[in-house]
Design a protein around this ligand. Structure first.
Ligand SMILES: NC(=[NH2+])NCCC[C@H](N)C(=O)O
Ligand SMILES: [Mn+2]
Length: 325
């Protein structure tokens, strides 16, 4: 019987704005303010971060096509190792992370633990995060985790020239955990994605990536979307859910690095995550991009904490997962 393990990844080098590494502590503050003992219930492990790099680089030394790529490479490797160990130990990793780039490490770690299982990914996000250093408009690597795990450079849409060193590290990142592609693009489901660039639209179309818009969710209802998501991933043996809080509407809170309007309400995001995690194939769940420095009154973390607590309860209910091993 598996126990839940919290994995804390306080990394923010791959976001465009500073402060995402504080999201995990903001969740803990929200937990205390709400009088919950959530963080006392589970074993936790923190992955060491590379945020010190941000003090060590002069602006002109930062690679504009892949900012802090050496640090991102190290983080994806560390997270991959931590997640594969957690799964091999028989625990269910609940990952609380800063910038979304490290989700590539989560996926690599799952694949390393289960190399022969077909892995599906449910990506709840305002963004598609399908850029490579060759196509990125910003150089921020939190826009790249899905390209890392589907092993995609998207050279047809190339807009940036890479240095030999960047090319080399990018190629190494795509081979963390297991060599090459970790998930097939057809085993990816987008929910609430609504802010993409043409290079990403090209890939979404090329691979026919399954996509539920916010309007689909409202027209069909959450239960139906969850059912269709599970049907789409029927051939997959295991499933990972990545919940970027910017999938929620920017009117509710600006406490995230890249807020986007017309997103999910807190209640919709809560119900969606709860329904999705009821599927016993789900072996790992992650929440990312809470940034309290961009917020007022810790609103995003308070909402995100409600979602974390409710989703964890649904996970506990689904199979009597004990809190501690
Ligand atoms: N995980 C995120 N918040 N990603 C935002 C990415 C935004 C934009 N597509 C970029 O690549 O810069
Ligand atoms: Mn994202």
């Amino acid at each position: 019987m598996e126990a839940i393990k919290l994995i804390e990844v306080k990394s923010e080098i791959a976001a465009g704005t500073r402060g995402a590494s504080l999201g995990i502590d903001a969740l803990k503050t929200a937990c205390l303010d709400k009088g919950s003992d959530f963080f006392a219930q589970f074993d936790a492990e923190e992955v060491e971060n590379m945020n010190h790099m941000m003090f060590e680089y002069a602006e002109e030394d930062i690679d504009k096509t892949a900012k802090y790529i050496e640090g991102v490479y190290t983080m994806v490797k560390r997270v991959s190792r931590t997640i594969s160990f957690a799964l091999e130990d028989g625990t269910f990793p609940l990952v609380l992370a800063g910038d979304h780039s490290t989700a590539a490490g989560t996926i690599a770690g799952i694949k390393k633990a289960y190399p022969f299982k077909r892995l599906g990914v449910i990506w709840i996000d305002a963004h598609a995060d399908l850029h490579s250093p060759y196509t990125t408009p910003s150089g921020n690597m939190h826009g790249m985790p899905l390209a890392m795990v589907i092993n995609e450079d998207n050279l047809k849409c190339k807009r940036n020239e890479l240095t030999a060193e960047t090319k080399e590290i990018w190629n190494k990142i795509k081979n963390i955990g297991v060599r090459g592609q970790k998930i097939r693009p057809q085993d990816l489901v987008f929910i609430a994605v609504r802010d993409t660039e043409p290079e990403e639209d090209f890939l979404i179309k090329k691979y026919g990536i399954k996509h539920f818009k916010v309007s689909d969710l409202r027209a069909k209802g959450i239960k139906k979307v969850v059912k269709e998501t599970n049907t789409h991933l029927m051939e997959c043996d295991i499933i990972y859910i990545s919940f970027d809080v910017d999938s929620m509407d920017s009117n509710i809170s600006e406490g995230t690095g890249t807020p986007v309007p017309n997103g999910l309400t807190v209640q919709e995001a809560l119900e969606l995550n709860c329904e999705l995690i009821k599927n016993k194939k789900v072996c790992c769940w992650e929440m990312v991009e809470v940034n309290p420095t961009l917020d007022s009154m810790n609103q995003m973390a308070e909402n995100a904490f409600d979602i974390l607590e409710a989703t964890t309860q649904c996970l506990l209910d689904r199979s009597n997962v004990p809190a501690k091993a």
